[in-house]
Design a binder for this molecule. Structure first.
Ligand SMILES: Nc1ncnc2c1ncn2[C@@H]1O[C@H](COP(=O)(O)OP(=O)(O)OP(=O)(O)O)[C@@H](O)[C@H]1O
Ligand SMILES: [Mg+2]
Length: 596
């Protein structure tokens, strides 16, 4: 089974973020930090300049100093502007690179995950995490770094200036620091919680959206439009609610810091004003002090909101890392070796399998599929046929017993070699938004155009492909020409032909088709099965009467097995199903004739 890691502490998260995401950008960040130092120094210089402006210019009326001060202000402004631009440009680049790196890693991880994981994670949630969490992480990292380097430096410089000018006044101001820190922490915690919830709801909404868009046909067929709208609206509302909470918390963070700041200003004005009146300090020092204090507001405010977005980012980091840390349950064993292929004989030995939700799907299955032979799996819906088939390419691993190919346990062979030995045709064919040719070529990447045409011919697909607007270059799939169920199925068979693997797994490859299409597809399949080890799952018994052996599954067990005639003669479940299907549509006889 897939292993999911536990949640991490803040320091562990930050440590990992720095190690994995931030460190690769070290030299860029060092340069940005240097520039931020220039910005912070400029701000402090401007505050300090208030003192000579007042004391030398206004009080002493010194004109040479006036020109000098104006020049310094201009120079500082220019340096500050350039440095500010440089650091912002660097930080935004670093942020985007971090997002891109995380997304690339996440996608790689998605692609290597096992099927159980895909069942457990709705694709909408994954997409939302992929897009939104990566963005939140970028914002957090960029803001945290900017905050630490620029805002924190500015505050440190300004506070240094305050103490240097008048340490007694400065001490008054320090009194507001503890409540400020307390507030910051509280807002941070609230942000992280609200952000986690908001993100969960974004995932739910994305999932709803993709399900409803994909299920448009079914929704129309059942007249479910208003129900769908109501359901989605509720999700939108609930997400809105959370985002409003998030917004309110974020909005409250800076004004409350500001209010605290004015408490400090009031205290300083009271005490410092009295000192000036008493002649113990100059007006210049006093105003420079107030200027430094006011200038410290902006960076302090952004430090407060930085913590908020940092918490959002940490919540996102936790989700992203949790994804990255899940180890697929199905992966190459440490000592895995490539499968040594003979004829592709498959054996199930005492196989038992239980799904993650505790559903026992297979129980003590012993089944032999000799090389080059065809075994059919039949039985009622939910009997476990697809599950059994899925164990061969290791979509799942059995809990008990083992599955072997040519005598080798599939778990001890490399995944690539096992899956390379198998061609799978299932009921639903995935077509990508690409040309017909490219879609068939997925069977074997690098196949030549001639090989693709030959495969299409063998799959009885060539003629209908030529009838498409641009033949083999017609774009099909979601954004292209829609194909019928039978046409899709034949493309899937063409893929399997192209793959030319010794083992063929067919899971109800023809069940969705009408009689005519089924006849064509079945013909293509019959040609494909020659000389290959084949396991075929079929609902319509008429399609498997020619199999070397038929196994009847029920409730996760093989309850009957033998050739068609033997099973009929036995008068068990198979004979009953056969009689039922024959009575239903006369399809049994028709199918038999078609195959004869
Ligand atoms: N991903 C899953 N998670 C949990 N249970 C599952 C999953 N897939 C199938 N099952 C359960 O396992 C049992 C066997 O399912 P399976 O798909 O193998 O049946 P089947 O014989 O192929 O049926 P059908 O003929 O309808 O395709 C069923 O009870 C089903 O509900
Ligand atoms: Mg099935």
């Amino acid at each position: 089974m897939t292993e999911t890691p536990k949640t991490a502490s803040t320091s562990a998260l930050v440590g990992r973020l720095v190690r994995d995401e931030v460190r690769p950008h070290g030299w860029r960040l060092a340069l940005a930090a240097l520039l931020m130092g220039v910005v912070a120094g400029g701000t402090a210089t401007n505050a300090w300049l208030m003192q000579p402006v007042l004391d030398k210019v206004f009080v002493e009326k010194d004109t040479t100093v006036l020109g000098l001060i104006a020049g310094v202000i201009l120079a500082v402004a220019l340096a500050r502007a350039l440095a500010s631009y440089g650091q912002a440009a660097i930080m935004s680049e670093v942020g985007m690179r971090i997002v891109a790196a995380i997304q690339a890693r996440l996608f790689g991880h998605f692609m290597r995950a096992d099927l159980a994981w895909f069942h457990a994670n709705a694709s909408g949630k994954l997409i939302s995490s992929f897009l939104v969490d990566a963005g939140l992480l970028r914002d957090a990292v960029a803001r945290a770094l900017t905050g630490l380097a620029k805002d924190a430096l500015t505050v440190v410089f300004l506070i240094g200036l305050l103490f240097w000018q008048d340490w007694k006044l400065a001490s008054v101001m320090v009194l507001v620091l503890p409540p400020a820190l307390g507030l910051t922490r509280r807002f941070g915690r609230r942000m992280r919680k609200a952000s986690t919830r908001a993100q969960e709801e974004s995932g739910t909404l994305t999932a709803l959206l993709s399900e409803h868009l994909q299920g448009a046909r079914m929704i129309k067929a059942f007249g479910l439009e208003s129900q769908a709208i109501a359901r989605t609206k509720a999700a939108i509302e609930s997400r809105l609610h959370n985002f409003m909470k998030l917004g309110r918390t974020r909005a409250a963070a800076s004004p409350s810091m500001e209010a605290l700041g004015y408490v400090a200003v009031a205290a300083v004005v009271m005490y410092g004003g009295a000192e000036v009146i008493a002649g113990r300090t100059t007006p210049g020092t006093f105003f420079s002090f107030i200027a430094a204090l006011l200038m410290a507001f902006q960076p302090l405010r952004s430090l407060a909101s930085m913590n908020a977005s940092l918490q959002e980012g940490l919540a996102a980091a936790q989700r992203v890392f949790a994804q990255l840390d899940t180890v697929p349950g199905i992966r190459d064993a440490a000592d895995a070796r490539p499968l040594v292929l003979g004829g592709g004989a498959i054996r199930f030995e005492g196989v038992g399998f239980t799904y993650a939700d505790g559903r026992r799907a297979l129980d003590r299955i012993d089944l032999d599929v000799p090389a080059g032979k065809t075994v059919a799996l039949v039985g009622p819906s939910g009997a476990g046929k697809s599950t059994l088939l899925n164990l061969v390419p290791r979509f799942y691993d059995p809990d008990e017993g083992r599955v072997t190919i040519d005598g080798q346990d599939v778990r001890k062979a490399t995944l690539a070699s096992v899956r390379g030995a198998i061609a799978l045709v299932s009921q639903d064919t995935t077509l990508f938004d690409d040309s017909v040719q490219a879609n068939i070529a997925l069977g074997r990447l690098g196949a030549s155009a001639d090989e693709i045409v030959a495969a299409a011919k063998a799959a009885a697909a060539h003629d209908f492909i030529l009838g498409l607007p641009k033949g083999y270059d017609t774009v099909i799939g979601e954004g292209g020409v829609a194909l019928s169920g039978g046409q899709r199925q034949r493309l899937a068979i063409a893929r399997a032909v192209l793959k030319n693997a010794p083992i063929l797994l067919l899971d109800e490859a023809t069940s969705a088709l009408d009689t005519e299409a089924e006849r064509q597809v079945q013909g293509a399949l019959d040609r494909l099965m020659v000389g290959r080890t084949t396991v075929v799952v079929a609902h319509r018994l008429s399609t498997v009467t020619g199999a070397d052996r038929i196994c009847v599954l029920d409730g996760g067990r093989v309850i009957e097995s033998g050739a068609h005639r033997e099973l009929l003669a036995r008068g068990g479940l198979y004979a009953r199903l056969w009689a039922l299907q024959g009575a239903e549509d006369g399809g049994a006889q028709a199918g038999q004739r078609a195959r004869a």
